[in-house]
Ligand binder design. Structure first.
Ligand code: CP
Length: 319
């Protein structure tokens, strides 16, 4: 259940990490997202909430879901949208991240949504400009709106995360999604188990509030939710496992493994999927899969985040 708290006063003009957020803040984002969900079903999908505001999508890494979802969310709230991509910008001439952002700010932007390959890039930006900053994925660190939409999807499907057993499987070491998932899921009462080969576990895993398993078959039958992560070959120096076939054999979500899971187990993936590696197509498209629901829920979550950070910035301006 999403607990209603209409008196809650959201004060953050940046969304940088889920590690920073309280349970009450997480629930307030979900409550706000729920209010925005009806927009997807209306014939006129517009609210004037961000009219006159400018959001820049500042993406230093490729994206399909996150970038388009933020653009659609901003568009539904009537903001103007500017798309920045590294390849066609003056970053190629050596301009720094902060100089780039300050120049964009001089043109009157209000919200920066940033994806960057360096962990901490969003936080650095939030200390360097006055605009609101939303982290759309920073290196291996966090991907907060993905974490939010994942948890929101589970709340909608299961009612609550309290007492749920959730497996996060695969390339944990390179996954910002895993980190955002861990902070949000455990704060909301789930028991999280990381599953994968030792070479894909993060350093200092013992300091995270999770269980660790190196054998998917040991845990699959107990899970209420399984989140299959993409193997991020582009972030690796060498091979973390001998062959793709071997990885798939031990850690892939095959039809046979999915059949051994609880009937109501949710199958999740942040996308993009390496079909046949992390999971077989029949499972990705099967009845347990909520992968496209995650994408749909991301729109309401991003509308809520843009609405809340702007609200906090306006309150700050009144002081
Ligand atoms: N899940 C996710 O971040 O997907 P994109 O890289 O396509 O944005």
């Amino acid at each position: 259940m999403i607990r209603r708290n209409t008196k809650f006063n959201w004060k953050r003009k940046h969304l940088l990490s889920l590690r920073d957020l309280s349970r009450q803040e997480l629930e307030h984002i979900f409550e706000t997202a729920k209010g925005f969900e009806q927009f997807s079903t209306r014939s006129i999908k517009k609210a004037p909430t961000l009219r006159g505001k400018v959001m820049v999508n500042m993406f230093f890494e490729d994206s399909t879901r996150t970038r388009i979802s933020f653009s659609l969310a901003a568009s539904r709230l009537s903001a103007d949208i500017v798309d920045f991509t590294k390849k066609s910008s003056s970053v190629s001439k050596g301009e720094t991240l902060i100089d780039t952002a300050r120049n964009l700010e001089a043109m009157g932007i209000d919200i920066v949504v940033i994806r960057h390959n360096a962990g901490g890039a969003a936080k650095l930006l939030s200390r360097s400009i006055n605009a609101c900053v939303v982290n759309a994925g920073d290196g291996f660190n966090e991907h907060p709106t993905q974490g939010l939409l994942d948890v929101y999807t589970i709340v909608k499907e299961k009612g609550s995360l309290e007492g749920l057993k959730i497996g996060i499987v695969g390339d944990i070491a390179h996954s910002r999604v895993a980190r955002s998932n861990i902070w949000a899921m455990t704060k909301l009462g789930a028991e999280v188990t990381l599953v994968g080969p030792p070479t894909l576990m993060p350093a200092k895993v013992d300091q995270l509030p999770v269980n660790v398993s190196y054998n998917l078959d040991d845990v699959i039958e107990n899970l209420d939710v399984i989140n299959m992560l993409r193997i991020q070959f582009e972030r690796m120096g060498g091979n973390p496992f001998p062959s793709v076939r071997e990885y798939s054999h031990f850690f892939g979500l095959t039809v046979e493994r999915a059949q051994r899971a609880k009937p109501g187990m949710l199958v999740m993936h942040p996308g993009p999927i390496n079909r046949g590696l992390e999971m077989e197509s029949e499972v990705a498209d099967g009845e347990k899969s909520v992968i496209l629901k995650q994408v749909a829920n991301g729109l309401a979550i991003r509308m809520a985040v843009l609405f809340l950070v702007n609200q906090a910035a306006m309150q700050e301006g009144k002081k």
